[in-house]
Design a protein around this ligand. Structure first.
Ligand SMILES: *Cc1c(COP(=O)(O)O)cnc(C)c1O
Length: 428
């Protein structure tokens, strides 16, 4: 069906894929395993935990214990992109700074922290430590109780940081199984917080399967399963309602005359999939979501364009799966997410590693915002909507006037050490 895309994938060429499987959201939502009610429930759970989060992480007091990131208009970046590329799509350009989410410094602060909290609530309610209506900050008195339990996860880096930091703060024994792509500074930071980091010489799928195996042997261990977790997905989806409030604060309307375009970097799919699901549940067909993946690890593109989901991996197409975008270094997509996205994701772009560093420098120089290379992939989705680019037809077809709003979803970066930032900024 999408032969040119599959060929681009196997040649590691940058490509753009428009999803011909999209159906009206009102219809698509009926076949989903969960919906608006479950997202509401996740949001309410995060509200219940806000007093505990404030107590454990005083840097969140300003936001009343709600972990949320700023939405910023980046006019200077847009102007420089226009000068460099010749064209940019019409409409306003914003960046959603999940790169600067409190506690974990990445988008994983949404799903990862949510899942640890949900597990904690279940344990605490069952043990009678917590009763509905209690002030959850009392859980800090029960560190010894939680120390009997472990939380484990397989990760390329950032998920490990969010799960590890939150689990250790509550008192759990936290074990993170890191793939070979994980950056040294992320492992070091985790160890400094008392998290046990196990290293694997192989890729992400192996780190996950080994971690899952080890965790399953221990009845007191809980495994956060990035490939299959509904809780992670719903934690990410809470972003929808939060973004709606921020757009309102910026006097940005989203409706048929004012469509919204969102570009999100994709690894296994949970974060961009959950966010897309959250946005679709608010704006339906008036929001158009695109993922961006590295040319060496386009696992969601391979899964969706071939129609084979998680039955295929990027190595089947002769790719290495190795990329400077460590957060996106995933060879096989999540089956759960591929299925949910199939009728609602607008498309996927791929990007060569070199460009990530160019985008990183450009955003830093123009608007003084620093995000990590994986995050920078999102720019490519935006650029592909410009006149002369492969996504322009889609953009013209869906944006009837100049009233579009674009959001580049920055997914990580604020915990990067200074020397790493300098190194990246000097890379060609
Ligand atoms: C994890 C991650 C993503 C993608 O999330 P997935 O759930 O793996 O698709 C994107 N950017 C960064 C920086 C990440 O850490």
């Amino acid at each position: 069906m999408y032969e040119y895309v599959l060929e681009d994938i196997s040649k590691a060429r940058e490509t753009y894929w428009e999803n011909a499987g999209v159906i009206p959201f009102e219809k698509a939502k009926n076949s989903q395993p969960f919906g608006a009610e479950e997202i509401e429930d996740a949001g309410a759970r995060l509200d219940r935990f806000a007093p505990l989060i404030m107590k454990l992480f005083p840097e969140t007091i300003d936001q009343n214990g709600i972990i949320e990131s700023p939405l910023k208009e980046i006019e200077k970046t847009k102007e420089i992109l226009r000068q460099k590329m010749g064209e940019v799509p019409t409409g306003k350009l914003f960046i959603k700074c999940d790169s600067h989410l409190a506690i974990a410094g990445s988008v994983k602060a949404r799903g990862g922290i949510y899942e640890v909290l949900k597990h904690t609530e279940e344990l605490a309610l069952a043990a009678g430590i917590l009763k509905p209506g209690d002030d959850y900050s009392k859980l800090t008195d029960y560190r010894d109780y939680f120390a009997q339990y472990s939380v484990q996860v397989g990760s390329t880096g950032n998920l490990g940081m969010s799960i590890g930091i939150m689990s250790a703060a509550i008192g759990y024994k936290a074990i993170v199984h890191m793939s070979s792509d994980a950056k040294e500074w992320k492992k070091k930071l985790l160890r400094s917080k008392g998290v046990i980091v196990k290293e694997y010489a192989s890729d992400y799928s192996k780190a996950v399967s080994e971690g899952r195996k080890i965790s399953d042997l221990d009845p007191n261990s809980y495994f956060v399963d990035d490939e299959h977790s509904v809780d992670l997905f719903l934690g990410y989806a809470v972003a929808g309602k939060r973004l709606a409030g921020q757009l309102e604060d910026n006097n940005i309307k989203v409706d048929a005359e004012h469509p919204l375009y969102v570009y999100i970097p994709c690894g296994v799919g949970g974060a961009p999939g959950g966010i897309t699901f959250g946005l679709k549940n608010i704006w339906g067909d008036n929001v158009h979501c695109f993922f961006v993946e590295p040319t060496q690890a386009p696992c969601m593109l391979a899964g969706l364009a071939s129609g084979r989901g998680d039955e295929v991996c990027v190595q089947d197409y002769g790719l290495t799966g190795v990329t400077a975008a460590d957060g996106l270094a995933v060879g096989r997509c999540s089956r759960l997410v591929a299925r949910i996205m199939a009728p609602m994701l607008s498309g996927i772009s791929t990007v060569a590693d070199d460009k990530l560093f160019e985008y990183m420098r450009l955003l830093h120089d123009a608007d003084d915002i620093i995000i990590e290379p994986s995050s920078c992939a999102a720019f490519e989705g935006y650029i592909n909507m410009a006149a002369g680019k492969r996504g322009h037809d889609y953009f013209q077809k869906t944006a009837s006037s100049d009233n579009a709003t674009h959001i580049i979803w920055a997914t990580g970066g604020s915990l990067m050490p200074d020397e790493i930032i300098r190194e990246y900024l000097n890379m060609i």
